[in-house]
Ligand binder design. Structure first.
Ligand SMILES: NC(=O)c1ccc[n+]([C@@H]2O[C@H](COP(=O)([O-])OP(=O)(O)OC[C@H]3O[C@@H](n4cnc5c(N)ncnc54)[C@H](OP(=O)(O)O)[C@@H]3O)[C@@H](O)[C@H]2O)c1
Length: 355
């Protein structure tokens, strides 16, 4: 068994660890991890490894972590009831060749009921069998690995902004507008009547963002001053402290809502100082909380159905411009990981890897 390990307190340091593949005991199954997507979202899991307990999903030796990924795996050995060998699933996986799980079968596949995962959010515990998964299509596997969890978040952001009546109260200003999460949210919002979208991005990604045709206006980070003052909502995916301060200062008390979604600019998190921010206190958007709310409102199947209905047109649209970069083995994974951590991947490209 091989694991890609990252040093928890020095995220640029990584190495390979090799060990004997575990033997599944009663009630356990061994998954063979096939491939997974790697974007800034996975770097955020590492940045908040302690704060969000992301290191706890796939434990590693002291001081090291396995950064969670989303991808496909196959049940290689099973000693668990109702879990057939050969079953292929989509879910939350370590960057490893294998994963030992304690599966409890359900209608869509199984959940990993391993004790060390019990206290972690349920949104990350499910493994969905390809043959019954409403999101699954054989010809979109790469896009599923890269964008499916991000799209789920974007669906929930679009839904929350509508639910809270924010679409009719000035523009929605989205930072890191070139990120996949921002693009998916803007794609959905652009289909809502009356929604006005402003994409904030770095100068180097501006042309790409404009070319997508989903934001009404694209503005570089240096040009915030050119935005018309008045009511607006910030959906902050960059997480750059100085940028957030600039937007809050620009709109002041007219800023209706400030939603903190991501930290693509992870090394600028603390920039911007400690002084009180003008306008509303930012609220943290945590997808699992909205999943809980909408599962109560619509039922879990109702939520999944709505998201998968919205997913397929998005998936088709993305296929028209997103280029995947395939890599296999430790060196390919290390190079891709370091490229993503430095923000070096062009926004129309994304890595799909296997160990
Ligand atoms: N709260 C939640 O529940 C939730 C759920 C899903 C995702 N998220 C978060 O949303 C964020 C976006 O994830 P993603 O996978 O969609 O990202 P992505 O597509 O990989 O984002 C790439 C973009 O992020 C910016 N960027 C990335 N790394 C950078 C760096 N080192 N320095 C400067 N800019 C950098 C650049 O955009 P610009 O030039 O446009 O800034 C780049 O084009 C992540 O932080 C993720 O964790 C949060």
């Amino acid at each position: 068994m091989t694991d890609f390990l990252v040093k928890r307190d020095e995220l640029r340091e990584c190495r390979l660890a090799e060990s004997a593949a575990p033997e599944p005991g009663p009630g356990e199954a061994l998954l063979r991890v096939e491939s997974f997507g790697l974007t800034a979202n996975n770097i955020t899991y590492a940045v908040f490894g302690e704060a969000m307990s992301s290191w706890n999903f796939f434990p590693a030796e002291d001081g090291w972590g396995r950064v969670p990924m989303w991808g496909f795996a196959t049940v290689e050995r099973s000693a668990a009831d109702g879990i057939a060998e050969g079953t292929r699933v989509f879910g939350y996986l370590p960057p490893s060749s294998h994963l030992l799980v304690a599966p409890v079968a359900n209608a869509g596949g199984f959940v990993d009921a391993a004790p060390h995962r019990a206290a972690l959010p349920s949104a990350y515990q499910g493994y969905l069998a390809n043959d019954t998964d409403p999101f699954y299509r054989a010809d979109t596997e790469e896009i599923q690995m890269l964008l499916r969890p991000l799209f789920f978040t974007s669906f929930l952001i679009d839904d929350q902004l509508d639910d809270e009546g924010l679409l009719g109260r000035g523009p929605i200003v989205i930072s890191s507008a070139s990120s996949k999460t921002a693009i998916a949210a803007a794609f959905l919002l652009s289909r809502r009547e009356g929604a006005e979208l402003i994409g904030l991005t770095s100068a180097r990604n501006r042309e790409f963002v404009e070319g997508l045709g989903i934001y009404g206006r694209t503005v570089a980070y240096e040009e915030i001053e050119t935005l018309e003052r008045g009511p607006a909502t910030l959906v902050d995916i960059a997480g750059d402290g100085a940028l957030r301060r600039a937007v809050h200062t620009h709109y002041g008390d007219a800023l209706v809502q400030s939603l903190t979604v991501g930290v693509t600019h992870w090394e600028e998190l603390g920039a911007g100082g400690d002084a009180e921010l003008p306008g509303p206190t930012p609220s943290f958007f945590f997808a699992p909380d909205r999943v809980t709310k909408r599962s109560e409102d619509w039922g879990r199947d109702g939520l999944e159905g709505r998201v998968s209905d919205a997913w397929h047109p998005f998936c088709e649209w993305t296929g028209g411009w997103l280029e995947t970069i395939r890599g296999a083995g430790f060196e390919a994974l290390r190079d891709a990981y370091l490229e993503v951590i430095e923000g070096g991947v062009a926004p129309n490209r994304a890595h799909v890897l296997s160990l």
